[in-house]
Design a binder for this molecule. Sequence first.
Ligand code: HEC
Length: 107
Amino acid sequence: MRHLPLLAALTLAFGSSATAHAADVKAGQVRSAACAVCHGPQGLSMQPAVPHLAGQPEIYLIEQLKAYRSGKRANEVMGVIAKPLTDAEIENLAAWYSSITLRVEMP
Ligand code: HEC
């Protein structure tokens, strides 16, 4: 019993350090307000030349945003948009869009 408080403190310390690195879906959702005009509020685009982001794999979205930011993937619009994004913002945005579940219904 005497060791319990120490154990709890350790658990808390590990818990908070783990969440500090984990992508923040909620923060990604907030940041995605800047993307909604083109990609839709839920990552479903309403414009024919803009791709859907909802349900895309997290790793894919991270790679694409980093490629736009570095210029490796060239696109006038997304190049400008990705330029100011930090790694953390990219991870949060990717976590948010990949967390959106799509239900496919077959005819
Ligand atoms: C002004 C419209 C516009 C805005 C705002 C915008 N995008 Fe895009 N986005 C596009 C277009 C157009 C493309 C397709 C570009 C291409 O052909 O490479 C694209 C492509 C992407 C892709 C690649 C998708 C794929 O399937 O490969 C990602 C990821 C992406 N956008 C994320 C974002 C995020 C995150 C934001 C907000 C921070 C954002 N976009 C804001 C227009 C926009």
